[in-house]
Design a protein around this ligand. Structure first.
Ligand code: PLP
Length: 406
């Protein structure tokens, strides 16, 4: 039937307030609309109501595993064998052998003692700080950390210090101030998703050692592909034995379905199972999702070929775009922000790129700082060299047309 509108003065007042708030968002030019995809996730897409053959450069499908035939088959098999879902949280009757196996596999992948699964990495970040830190402790957080880290930190009662983005002098100042607390935890994204830059983990770990602190990294944009074997930022920078806690997602490179986890020392994981609220009070990860992630990890542990292929594609895109005259932020990361400065330019260029069959997204204030608008391109191992070259050609044409290139 037709939707029923709630009646009454309070409902009418709410509707009016919401409509005015939505109007403000539209007026500020920050309205986010969603394009509807009519095909699987992958390097080539069909958009609903539009043509096929769109080349996709805006998913976190870094390794192309979201539609990998073996990943899909594993999901179907796990679905058939273990059912649609558990209808329960883990500690009541929601733990199957596949959940325990996946946790063991994640810990082995990262060379850590144990791991705990969540419905998302957002949940993993929401749970860890409150469970671990008390008012006697301190957390030191990079100012550009992901929203879920910021929210997780808000939920905990520790003393909070925010250091300037990747600024080691500022981190050292804050670590000195935080000496008065019982425990210090430095929290940073391993790779930052808006800039494609990688946290200086060697320096962070040195400072952590000097000031007796623990290091936590969010590896959502690193797990599966950074480092020689795709283990992440800690492998890339040679500090696997110095980072204490890793949170990451199963919803990006590792099959792209959903889910998140924490991996680290066994007593920490044991404590999270007792105390972490998003773990204790939310349904178990569905078997099909567990099947996807488990197969993705098998593929990555068998061979580093996919991760290496993504690195080569990234290098091709970054060097060709730089030669064409564009400024690409970050270094050696498949997140390649094409820096344009002006918000309108980023938006019209992204639209024009789509007209040429290249799906990219423009980002402007408040998602990124004022005057630093950009189009973010994300490279995947399953882009062909031809896909990448077509993207560079389209950027060059569109950049010339709109005055971003001479
Ligand atoms: N942390 C970072 C750095 C992310 O980019 C994201 C996803 O956007 C998350 C956490 C949340 O991950 P999930 O999608 O698994 O909730």
């Amino acid at each position: 039937g037709a939707p029923r509108a709630a009646s009454g003065a309070a409902a009418a007042q709410l509707r009016q307030r919401l409509e005015s708030e939505l109007e403000d968002i539209r007026g500020a030019g920050t309205w986010k609309s969603e394009r509807v995809i009519a095909s699987r996730q992958g390097p080539h897409l069909r958009l609903a109501g539009g043509g096929a053959g769109i080349i996709n450069f805006c998913a976190n499908n870094y390794l192309g595993l979201s539609s990998h035939p073996e990943v899909i088959r594993a999901a179907v098999e796990t679905l058939e064998k273990f059912g649609a879902g558990l209808s329960s949280v883990r500690f009541i009757c929601g733990t199957q052998s596949i959940h325990k196996d996946l946790e063991e596999k994640i810990a082995r992948f990262h060379q850590r003692e144990d791991a705990i699964l969540y419905a998302s990495c957002f949940d993993a970040n929401a749970g860890i700080f409150e469970a671990l830190l008390t008012p006697e402790d301190a957390v030191l957080s990079d100012e550009l950390n992901h929203a879920s880290i910021i929210d997780g930190i808000r939920l905990c009662k520790a003393n909070k210090y925010r250091y300037k983005h990747m600024d080691m002098q500022d981190l050292e100042t804050k670590l000195k101030e935080a000496q008065k607390h019982r425990l210090r935890l430095v929290a940073t994204d391993g790779a930052f998703s808006m800039d494609g830059d990688i946290a200086p983990l060697r320096e962070i770990c040195q400072l952590a050692q000097k000031y007796d602190a623990l290091v936590f990294i969010d590896e959502c944009h690193a797990t599966g592909f950074l480092g020689p074997n795709g283990r992440g930022t800690d492998e890339l920078l040679g500090v696997m034995d110095k980072v204490t806690i890793i949170n990451s997602t199963l919803g990006k490179a590792l099959g792209g379905a959903a889910g998140g986890y924490t991996t680290g020392p066994k007593p920490l994981i044991d404590l999270l199972r007792q105390r972490s609220r998003p773990y204790l009070f939310s349904n178990s990860l569905p078997p099909a999702v567990v099947g996807c992630a488990s197969k993705a990890l098998d593929l990555l542990m068998e061979s580093n070929a996919i991760a290496q292929s993504m690195a080569a594609k990234t290098q091709r895109f970054r060097s060709k775009m730089t030669a064409a005259g564009f400024t690409i932020s970050g270094k050696d990361h498949p997140i390649c922000p094409v820096m344009l400065g002006d918000a309108r330019l980023a938006s019209v260029m992204a639209e024009d790129m789509l007209n040429r069959g290249i799906y990219v997204i423009g980002f402007s204030y408040p998602v990124v700082p004022k005057g630093k608008a950009r189009i973010r391109v994300q490279i995947s191992a399953v882009h062909s060299d031809e896909d990448i070259d077509r993207c560079v050609e389209a950027f060059t044409e569109v950049g010339r047309k709109h005055g971003a290139l001479p």
